[in-house]
Design a protein around this ligand. Structure first.
Ligand SMILES: C[S@@+](CC[C@H](N)C(=O)[O-])C[C@H]1O[C@@H](n2cnc3c(N)ncnc32)[C@H](O)[C@@H]1O
Length: 275
């Protein structure tokens, strides 16, 4: 069982488990803030919502001014309020997380909970533009790093293999991006010491999330470690997201060695580490 504490990351890690691991931090020059660019998450979905809201608000304003009757003013004002109300949550979240922020605190439980000294081969599933490579990077010893993702723009605008490679390089990692589907891994059986899947499983159907975890079991060496980082957004309504993600990991044949949550302001992530 491993312990993940908040250390210098300043975040709260709840429900962590026993026995700590000592890491020899890798010598990485601390990059300046704008050295990274991770693209914009859910840009299409949020952009669509903002556009619809703005069009409704604009139609209300123009309609009210054009017709210039009491009714037109009331209807127009209603449309402006409705449009603004509809667009506002997406507008507020558009740059969250900030495209240049590595958000290292998210990944602290995996950076601290995986014995990186024992890792020669690390596969990050759904690595996107590379945040989940950059997060644990300071804890990683020399390892062959593979970043697997379809590298399309469905989830992250600006998601491409070269960006993932560059962000990883800035954090001191030599990563090889591979285009692929986590549910059908183009990777040899028993070839990896660590597999991470950060904020990936909730973006897949439950069937594909289960297939992804089974594939991870196949591809990991017998003594390999799986690290999952997830949102509260499970595939079904639940008031116990940690229990939900833990069950999925266990069902794929893993024994859970650490689990818990990490939170900052109104963001909360759940982690499960399995062997
Ligand atoms: C929310 S992003 C998370 C990116 C990164 N792991 C992080 O922690 O910031 C989800 C990623 O999963 C990728 N993805 C979606 N479907 C996938 C699949 N079937 N196999 C592998 N990756 C997938 C998306 O392209 C996207 O890059």
């Amino acid at each position: 069982m491993r312990n993940c504490d908040d250390g210098s990351h300043g975040n709260r890690v709840a429900a962590a488990t026993a026995a700590s691991v000592t890491h020899k931090p890798r010598a990485v020059t601390r990059p300046a803030v704008f050295d990274y660019y991770f693209g914009i998450c859910h840009a299409r979905r949020r952009g669509r919502r903002i556009a619809v809201g703005l069009v409704v608000a604009a139609l209300g304003a123009v309609g009210g001014a054009l017709f210039a009757t009491d009714t037109a003013y009331v209807v127009g004002l209603g449309a402006v309020v409705l449009g603004t109300w509809y667009a506002q949550p997406a507008a507020k979240r558009l740059l969250v997380p900030a495209p240049w922020s590595p958000q290292r605190w998210n990944y602290a439980p995996l950076a601290e909970g995986i014995d990186w000294e024992a890792v020669d081969d690390w596969l990050d599933l759904g690595s996107g533009t590379g945040r989940s490579l950059v997060g644990p990077a300071p804890a990683v010893d020399d390892a062959r790093v593979t970043a697997l993702d379809p590298f399309d723009g469905r989830v992250i605008a600006g998601n491409d293999p070269e960006r993932a490679r560059r962000n990883a390089a800035t954090a001191g990692l030599d990563a090889t991006p591979v285009r692929g589907d986590a549910a059908r891994l183009p990777v040899a059986t028993g070839s990896q010491d660590a597999i991470t899947a950060c904020r990936l499983l909730h973006d897949l159907s439950r069937g594909d999330a289960e297939a992804t975890l089974s594939e991870a079991r196949r591809v990991l060496r017998a003594d390999g470690t799986l690290g999952v980082l997830e949102l509260a957004a499970a595939h079904e309504e639940t008031d116990d997201p940690l229990g939900y993600w833990s069950e999925l990991v266990t069902a794929a044949g893993f024994t859970i060695v650490a689990s818990g949550s990490v939170e900052r302001r109104d963001e909360r992530y759940f982690y499960v580490i399995g062997e």
